[in-house]
Design a protein around this ligand. Structure first.
Ligand code: ADE
Ligand code: ZN
Length: 326
């Protein structure tokens, strides 16, 4: 359709993407072979069949299991470079990409190998595609704050390669207060702060991320809509939300795409953005997310333009870059 063509041509930023969530089943098999790792699944098709989730946790179990094939520096390079190629095809000019060091260091992989592979891919992609990218290191909420502090320490020698720190993984049972100290330490170390909140958890989890952790951007935040006062605050303070429509459908945060409450966020003048979260697991990259939402919600071209503009506005790129892109 015309909308699809418009979306293809629209320059945009990706602000909520887990690099481990771009691991396609084909690459799982390739890396398993290269690294002599046995897999529980007999084929790519059989692996794809288990990508049927009922909530966040049922997804996370599969996602952490998949990451076991990532071992060497070149594995992280191949993973990230493949993503950059896809992102460039979607007319993504800039990406701010999450990585979960603990998922790897807990298995004996060196922090250095993770960040070196990712960084080398970023530099090569910048040269080959002209795409710009930053990395955001996430602490896993299901682990302890002490473990997050240990990871923060490991990151310091590489802090020039990392723009910020985020919090992801299991939301329920892991409130913002659990990570107050490590997030303050991260800010003091020069990192920008973001956090997943209000995906499965209630709106208070979003306010707590703002008040207790002082994050600058909320990842998901879809459940903010249950609190009028919070919605007014997000609009007034122009706190960006990185929404992920296909993710919300696949993890049963919403029943169907027609229920994705994008219009409510737009009407409230909130700086909302569209993102792909874990595209290999949720059925599509950034333009697939835009197209799906556009089709289900009958957006106007102006809405699509607003969403793309918001993505530049909400990014951590320098103002001069933003002006050039917008
Ligand atoms: N890790 C990867 N994707 C995630 C999501 N949608 N929510 C929380 N943690 C995640
Ligand atoms: Zn996420």
């Amino acid at each position: 359709t015309d909308g699809d063509k418009f979306i293809d041509g629209l320059p945009k930023c990706e602000l909520h993407l887990h690099i481990e969530g771009t691991l396609e089943p084909e690459m799982v098999f390739e890396l398993a072979k290269r690294n002599n790792k046995a897999l529980k699944y007999e084929s790519v098709e059989k692996l794809r069949e288990v990508y049927d989730f009922e909530n966040l946790q049922s997804f996370l179990d599969i996602y952490y299991d998949g990451a076991n094939v990532l071992i060497h520096e070149e594995d992280f390079y191949d993973l990230a470079f493949a993503y950059f190629k896809k992102a460039h095809e979607d007319n993504v000019l800039h990406a701010e990409i999450f990585f979960d060091p603990q998922t790897h260091t807990d298995r004996g992989v060196e922090f250095k190998d993770v960040i070196d592979g990712l960084t080398r891919a970023r530099i090569d992609a910048e040269k080959e595609f002209g795409i710009s990218a930053y990395y955001i290191m996430c602490f896993l909420k299901h682990l302890t704050e002490e473990e997050a502090i240990e990871t923060l320490k490991q990151s310091i020698p590489y802090k020039d390669q990392i723009i910020g720190v985020g919090l992801d993984s299991t939301e329920l049972g892991n409130p913002a207060s659990k990570f107050k100290k490590v997030m303050k330490m991260s800010k003091d170390a020069g990192y920008q702060l973001v956090s997943h909140a209000g995906e499965e958890g209630p709106p208070e989890f979003v306010s707590d991320a703002l008040d207790i952790l002082n994050v600058e951007r909320i990842d998901h935040g879809i459940r903010s809509l249950e609190d009028d006062k919070l919605i007014k605050r997000l609009a007034k303070e122009q706190i960006p939300l990185t929404l992920c429509p296909l993710s919300n459908c696949k993890l049963c945060v919403i029943d169907k795409m027609e229920d994705f409450p994008l219009q409510a966020f737009l009407d409230a003048n909130i700086c909302c953005t569209i993102n792909s979260d874990d595209p290999s697991y949720f059925g599509g990259y950034l333009n697939d997310n835009f197209k799906c939402v556009n089709k289900s919600l009958n957006l106007t071209l102006e809405d699509l333009q607003t969403l793309a503009k918001n993505s530049f506005k909400a990014s951590f790129a320098p103002e001069t870059k933003k002006e050039e892109w917008i």
